[in-house]
Design a protein around this ligand. Structure first.
Ligand SMILES: Nc1nc2c(ncn2[C@@H]2O[C@H](COP(=O)(O)OP(=O)(O)OP(=O)(O)O)[C@@H](O)[C@H]2O)c(=O)[nH]1
Ligand SMILES: [Mg+2]
Length: 303
């Protein structure tokens, strides 16, 4: 049993991290957990599913839920992403809404406020990326934010530089309901290694390709077997929509696919902390983003 639970002061609960695409939700969760769990890229719409990150301290357990950005869906995958974010917000005990300080008006628009109004619990505002603004520009943003929504607290942060994280975490803990820890204290997430391996490969794919291609691609882990010699044998496929995209991902003399495989494998080794054999292939699934059955097969299943 953790810490101060005996005297009834222990707190625990689910905290949704929500906001427009690219505001830094995943970077913030990783910074709060001090662990690289959720994938991060410079592109909007990187996160496609909710990711649980568990932070256990003596007097509390915070169950952070990273979510996809609150986008305007144009196709089925995006509908799934929005639904996943909105459901997570509805199901959580508290929420941290995140905005990019340099894009404040875009990030705290009426639509976002409308979603926040559906939150079950208190909502804290994290004004992120303050490393890219001046201190003097923050005060007017805080005043505007307070006039748009009854945030319980407003905290300026830089998830990238680790600035403001302590005050934010204190605000989150104050927003949690009393209760015992819900997960064992050494647990960091409830999602399987296999899920994160697919995500890490997708991260390296997103970093390597341009324009529409990241949005037209997905990764599926076909086989994940721990061999008796201690090596994780992983076979994964990059799914794309058209055969014309296949050539781009494979690259001249197979170089692009090889580079993605090499960098992804290194990151998977860091994550799993054991040797990894990675076999990476490319498969075409026409219009998978719009096809319910394909989406389900890729793990993007609606509830
Ligand atoms: N300068 C600066 N950049 C940041 C900060 N936080 C995040 N970023 C960058 O913003 C980009 C998006 O970060 P993510 O954490 O992937 O953002 P997200 O909100 O999870 O994005 P989606 O999953 O696509 O909705 C990355 O290039 C991050 O490095 C910050 O505090 N300062
Ligand atoms: Mg994200």
């Amino acid at each position: 049993m953790t810490g101060a639970a005996g005297d009834g002061s222990h707190r625990a609960g689910f905290v949704a991290l929500v906001g427009k695409p690219n505001v830094g939700k995943s970077t913030l969760m990783n910074a709060l957990l001090q662990q690289r769990l959720s994938i991060v890229t410079p592109r909007p719409q990187t996160t496609r599913q909710r990711v649980l990150g568990i932070l256990t301290k003596d007097a509390c357990q915070v169950l952070f839920l990273d979510t996809p950005g609150l986008l305007e869906p144009g196709y089925r995958l995006q509908e799934y992403m929005l639904q996943s974010a909105v459901h997570t917000l509805h199901d959580s005990d508290a929420a941290v809404a995140i905005v990019d300080a340099t894009r404040f008006n875009r990030d705290l628009d009426d639509r976002v406020v409308g979603f926040l109004e559906q939150s079950r619990g208190p909502v804290i505002l994290a004004i992120n990326k303050i490393d890219r603004t001046s201190r003097t520009s923050l005060l007017p943003l805080i005043e505007q934010a307070a006039s748009r929504f009854p945030f319980t607290e407003i905290v300026p942060v830089s998830a990238l530089e680790g600035d403001g994280l302590e005050p934010l975490l204190s605000a989150v803990i104050r927003a949690l309901p009393p209760g015992p820890a819900l997960y064992p204290e050494d647990m960091i997430t409830d999602q399987p290694e296999r899920f994160f391996v697919g995500e890490i490969i997708r991260e390296h794919l997103f970093l390597a390709v341009r324009e529409e291609l990241p949005y037209a691609s997905a990764v599926i882990v076909e086989d994940f077997t721990d061999r008796p010699n201690g090596t994780a044998f992983i076979q994964a496929s990059i799914i794309i929509e058209r055969s014309s995209q296949k050539g781009i991902i494979i690259g001249k003399n197979g170089r692009m696919l090889k580079n993605i495989g090499t960098s992804a494998r290194k990151a998977v080794v860091d994550f799993l902390d054991r040797p990894v054999y990675l076999d990476l292939r490319v498969k075409v699934r026409p219009s998978w983003r719009k096809n319910e059955q394909e989406l389900r097969r890729l793990g993007y299943a609606k509830r």
